[in-house]
Design a protein around this ligand. Structure first.
Ligand SMILES: Nc1nc2c(ncn2[C@@H]2O[C@H](COP(=O)(O)OP(=O)(O)OP(=O)(O)O)[C@@H](O)[C@H]2O)c(=O)[nH]1
Ligand SMILES: [Mg+2]
Length: 355
């Protein structure tokens, strides 16, 4: 799972990235927009993993991770000036969700924070980036048709794209538009930016953190939003746990930025975790809610998806209730599921496959 951190220049994206990943990426005001994104993974805390480790005593325990990608800053004109077609595009297309980091602290150059305006500005850029893609494709389709190329799919695609163009021109993100199954298939390949799930991270100055109820209420009307005190939390991430706890208490922060973001992402993006267990490794994996057993298999390894036969399945709760895998089987909780089985949070899977 990949989440992209985007936002206007100097909103604190890299600061928050560092707080989340304990990395030490360069925090510089107004970094070069051509810079490569920073990439790192954050571990997802999960108490169930500890219990499974106690039970299976594996050589290795591996938690689920979320990959964070920290993009260079955007500004008005970014879409037109090729921000999304340059280095960043491949990266940004590959994300599962976008998290917009919004400045809520004073900046010497940009002045007082203007969070609502910044949200609008970035949304406009994302809408424009999608619109450029749609219009280019529509031109191509017209060109094909003029040259007599006739397939059943082209008119369908044209209609779907026209519907999207109209929607974007009315300032609406594609995620609010309904598509039937055929349309879904036709547009999937475009990986539109405004179709991606979208979160807002309000990055507040430590002096005002926790006192932005009205502002957050206003944003919440439209988006899922979480508040961070980015700079403070980056400093916290460099302390050891005991030291960090003392400072967190002072600020009224109960959990680390990493824990809060991963939980927020699971909740709002509907991620679920499943487990694989054994003597060698106990491991948690994250997938989208609604993903099937064959999707889950593919997360582990593409071969498992390719040669998928069945998923052997029981749940974490059943295992804890029964006390051992053997008793799970004796009590009839052991299931064999086909490739269309929708994996649920807490499933323990073993994939049978042959390639
Ligand atoms: N007061 C305050 N300053 C912050 C906070 N977060 C970041 N800053 C400052 O804002 C400046 C820019 O931070 P970065 O994290 O580099 O911002 P960015 O969004 O990655 O910037 P670009 O990559 O250039 O777009 C730095 O001077 C940070 O110290 C915060 O929560 N509070
Ligand atoms: Mg940065």
């Amino acid at each position: 799972m990949k989440i992209g951190l985007i936002g206007v220049s100097n909103s604190g994206k890299t600061t928050i990235f560092n707080a989340l990943t304990k990395m030490d990426a360069n925090v510089t005001a107004y970094s070069d927009a051509k810079a490569e994104p920073n990439v790192a993974v954050v571990a997802v805390d999960d108490d169930r993993l500890h219990s499974l480790t106690d039970m299976y005593k594996p050589k290795k325990t591996t938690g689920a991770t979320i990959e964070m990608i920290d993009f260079p800053g955007m500004k008005e004109g970014s879409a037109k000036n090729g921000f999304f077609t340059g280095n960043s595009m491949g990266w940004i297309k590959s994300t599962d969700a976008l998290a917009l980091v919004v400045r809520n602290f004073h900046d010497d150059l940009a002045g007082d924070p203007t969070p609502l305006r910044d949200i609008d500005e970035i949304n406009t850029e994302l809408l424009l980036a999608d619109l450029i893609v749609v219009e280019n494709r529509l031109e191509k389709i017209e060109w094909f048709q003029k040259r007599g190329q006739k397939t059943n799919l082209l008119p369908l695609e044209e209609r779907a794209l026209q519907k999207i163009a109209e929607h974007l021109n009315n300032n609406n993100p594609i995620r609010n538009l309904d598509f039937d199954e055929d349309e879904q298939k036709l547009i999937r390949g475009f990986q539109f930016l405004t179709k991606k799930p979208f979160l807002v991270i309000l990055n507040s100055d430590e002096a005002v953190f926790g006192h932005n109820t009205d502002l957050i209420g206003g944003i919440e009307g439209q988006y899922n939003v979480i508040e961070f005190a980015g700079r403070f939390e980056m400093e916290l991430s460099r302390l050891n746990d005991e030291e960090a706890e003392i400072f967190m208490e002072d600020m009224g922060i109960r959990k680390s930025a990493r824990e809060r973001l991963t939980q927020f992402a699971y909740r709002t993006l509907g991620y679920v975790s499943f487990f694989t267990v054994g003597e060698d490794e106990v491991r948690a994996w994250s997938i989208h809610g609604g993903d099937t057993a064959v999707n889950a298999a593919g997360t582990i390894h593409t071969d498992l998806a390719r040669g998928f036969i069945r998923a052997e399945c029981f749940t974490y709760d059943e295992l804890i209730q029964c006390g051992s895998e053997k008793r799970v089987k004796e009590n009839g909780h052991f299931r064999l599921e086909g490739k269309d089985y929708i994996v649920r949070d807490g499933d323990i899977l073993s994939i049978r496959f042959s390639v």
